[in-house]
Ligand binder design. Sequence first.
Ligand SMILES: Cc1ncc(COP(=O)(O)O)c(C=O)c1O
Length: 270
Amino acid sequence: MYSFFNNQFLPAEKAFVHVSDLAVQRGYGIFDFFKAVNGKIPFLEDYFNRFYRSAEFMQLPVSLSREELKNVVYELLQKNGVADAGIKMVLTGGYSPDGYEIATPNLIITQHALTMPSSKMLEQGVKIITHEFRREMPLVKSINYTTGVWLQRNVKAANAYDVLYHLNGEVSEFPRCNLFVVNANGEVVTPAIHVLEGITRKNILSLSGMEVKATTVTLTDVLQASEVFLTSTTKRVVPIVQVDDAVIGNGKPGPVVQRILSELVKKENA
Ligand SMILES: Cc1ncc(COP(=O)(O)O)c(C=O)c1O
């Protein structure tokens, strides 16, 4: 497998950053992740917009223009000869002389195998747990997943699939996914602020023939919902049927989540 490192393609096992990188020293860096399906990348412009936006906010200049970056991504896919894959673009804080100051970023692009949710998961839905937390810079796709990684033990111990962050009664997102709820009024809603603007979330918000709103969502809204689901690039849409000890709706995935999933797949293939 090839990776791309700054200005060249390298065998993945030869792509290293130095220990002085701010990513290693301070967890400073950003990334983005998207999937290639049949050699095509749905919504690539959206992922690029988010990547350049995160980079700018974090004061990390990207050495390649959008056009150059796009060419690199497609060349990587071609070199690796895999039509279905996850692509990760990481931009680090760079080799910092004093271990604190931002330096020239390193750009690392790697290709990964894609795993989609199992059909059992989609048919039966999953359990999630909750945790009081809010990400430090929610709009930035930071490489810092400290709390999410740390909570893996709790997720496993509860036999759950993921953990939903909440603060002051309001829910935000999962470590790697956004949240949607069909609330007690039958409205499809997703938290408006304190979240990463997921590309899957964006696509669902703009589905035609369906009203989906970004607004405040409380923990009570979640517990009283008829349907709850999480969304992300790799997972698409996964129904949630249990939140901590509470069963959602009738404990089975509902019609809205199924409809949204099929609309999303159509949009991906359009
Ligand atoms: C914090 C966070 N929220 C939401 C998402 C979902 O975003 P997307 O739909 O673009 O994959 C991610 C993706 O990794 C994430 O890291």
